[in-house]
Design a protein around this ligand. Structure first.
Ligand code: SF4
Length: 402
C-alpha cells in the first residue's frame, strides 16, 4: 500500500495554537520586543538582537507535529529523530507521546501502515523516505522550504554532471539529506567540506592534483561512494547547509571559483563551476542582527541561547566571540551563580548528539561583574523557543539583584 504524505499541515492550526502558546511563548520576551528590544532592571540592562529564536521552518515543523498528534490520537506517532536541535522542544513532544525512532532504547513494533511518521525540518535522506513509503506509513513531511530549495539545486547539479560540493557538517541530518539528493542520478556525486581549511585542500587538488590516496583518506566520510578527485573535481556546483556562517560560505565560494579560473581560465568557468546562495534568509537575518547588536551597543558580554548540537546557534556564538566575551548556554540552568556559568566552548567540533549535556559543558568563573551597571546582549538560535529565552533573562535579573 503506498504511503499517504501530508506536507501542508492538517487544518488544525487554530486548534493547536493554545498549546503551542502555553509551551513556548514568553511574556517577558514579548515585553522586551515591545520596549525596543531592551529591558533594564536594577543594574542590569538586557539587549536582545532584533532577530532571534524560532525561524519560520522550525515554527512550522513544531506546529505540524502538534497537529499530527491531535489528528491521530489512537495511532502511534513517530519522529525520525530530533524535530529540531533543542532538547526542551524534543522533550515536550516525547511527553505528548510522540516516539523517536532515533532513541536507542525505544522498543517498537515493526513499522507499517498504522504508523504515522513525522519528518523533521531538516528532511531525511532519499533512502529513508523511500523505506517509509514502501512500508505504507502515513507521513507528515515538515521539511523546510529553504532546505527543499537546496535539494532542487543539488539535483540539477547531478543532472548536469556537476559534483555537489556542500559546505556543511557531514553528520548533520540536513547535510546527509542534501547529499543524498545528488545520488538520485546515475552519475551524481557529492563532497562535503566543513570549512576553509578543507576547501583549501580541494582547491589545491583542482589547481595541481596531488596524492589521490591522501585526498580520499581525508574525505573518506565526506564523499560519495567511488569518488575520484581526478575526475570528479572537474565540474563542481556549490551548495550549503542552510545554517552555516554566511561570511564563511561566501569565502568558500570565492576560493572554489578562483581555483577553477586558475585551472581552466575565466572563459571556461561556466562549464566547470556553479554556485548559488543557499544560506536561508532566517539564518542570515539572525547573523545580521547579532552583528548589528555587537557592533553598535556597549555590551559587557553576550549570551547565546540554544541546543549544544544546533549549528546555527553555534555560528551566532562564533560571530559574537570575535568581539566580546560570549557564552553559548543551553538554558537558564546554565547560569549557576554570580561566580559560575556552564557553557559550551565555541571552538571545537559540534557536539555529538549522544553526549550528555554535562560532558559538553565547561564551567567559567567570574563571568559576571559583581557590582556596577552591566549590559548583556542576548540572542538565540533558530531552534530556541521564547520561553527558554525568557527564563534566561529572569535568571540574569535574579543574579544581578544579589
Ligand atoms: S534554519 Fe532556515 S532552513 Fe532551517 S528550518 Fe529554519 S528557516 Fe528552514
Amino acid at each position: 500500500m503506498p504511503s499517504v504524505i501530508f506536507r501542508k499541515g492538517l487544518d488544525l492550526k487554530q486548534a493547536v495554537a493554545p498549546a503551542l502558546a502555553e509551551d513556548y511563548d514568553s511574556v517577558i520576551v514579548n515585553e522586551i520586543i515591545s520596549h525596543g528590544f531592551q529591558r533594564t532592571r536594577g543594574r542590569l540592562t538586557v539587549r536582545l538582537a532584533k532577530e532571534f529564536g524560532f525561524c519560520y521552518g522550525v515554527d512550522r515543523a513544531v506546529d505540524y507535529a502538534y497537529q499530527t498528534r491531535m489528528r491521530f490520537p489512537k495511532r502511534t506517532v513517530y519522529l525520525t529523530g530530533e524535530i529540531i536541535h533543542n532538547p526542551h522542544v524534543n522533550d515536550k513532544l516525547r511527553t505528548a507521546g510522540i516516539r523517536f525512532l532515533s532513541d536507542p532504547h525505544e522498543p517498537r513494533e515493526p513499522l507499517g501502515p498504522e504508523a504515522v511518521i513525522i519528518i523533521p525540518a531538516f528532511g531525511v535522506t532519499v533512502d529513508e523516505l523511500a523505506k517509509y513509503d514502501q512500508l505504507g506509513c502515513t507521513l507528515m513531511d515538515t521539511t523546510c522550504g529553504s532546505v527543499l530549495n537546496v535539494w532542487k539545486n543539488v539535483e540539477r547539479y547531478a543532472k548536469d554532471g556537476f559534483t555537489a560540493l556542500i559546505h556543511g557538517k557531514v553528520h548533520h541530518e540536513e547535510t546527509q539529506a542534501t547529499a543524498s539528493q545528488s545520488l538520485k542520478y546515475p552519475n551524481g556525486r557529492f563532497l562535503v567540506v566543513l570549512d576553509r581549511d578543507q576547501t583549501q585542500l580541494v582547491c589545491d587538488y583542482v589547481r595541481s592534483g596531488g596524492s589521490r590516496h591522501k585526498f580520499l583518506e581525508k574525505f573518506k566520510h565526506a564523499a560519495s561512494k567511488g569518488f575520484d578527485p581526478d575526475q570528479h573535481l572537474e565540474r563542481i556546483g556549490l551548495a550549503n547547509q542552510t545554517t552555516m556562517l554566511m561570511s564563511e560560505s561566501l569565502e568558500i565560494g570565492e576560493m572554489c571559483r578562483q581555483a577553477m579560473i586558475d585551472r581552466y581560465g575565466e572563459a571556461e568557468l561556466d562549464f566547470h563551476y556553479r554556485a548559488f546562495d543557499t544560506i536561508c534568509s532566517a539564518t542570515q537575518d539572525r547573523q545580521d542582527a547579532v552583528q548589528n547588536l555587537v557592533g553598535s551597543e556597549r555590551l559587557d558580554l553576550m549570551i547565546v541561547v540554544g541546543g549544544y548540537n544546533s549549528s546555527n546557534t553555534r555560528n551566532l556564538a562564533r560571530i559574537c566571540t570575535a568581539k566580546l566575551p560570549t557564552y553559548h548556554i543551553a538554558d537558564a540552568e546554565s547560569l549557576a551563580s554570580l561566580a559560575e556559568i556552564h557553557h559550551r566552548p565555541i571552538s571545537g567540533p559540534l557536539s555529538n548528539l549522544s553526549q550528555s549535556r554535562n560532558k559538553q559543558e565547561v564551567t567559567a568563573k567570574e563571568w559576571l561583574p559583581l557590582t556596577g551597571e552591566v549590559s548583556i546582549g542576548v540572542t538565540a538560535g533558530a531552534s530556541t523557543p521564547n520561553n527558554i529565552i525568557g527564563q534566561v533573562v529572569l535568571r540574569l535579573e535574579q543574579l544581578t539583584r544579589i
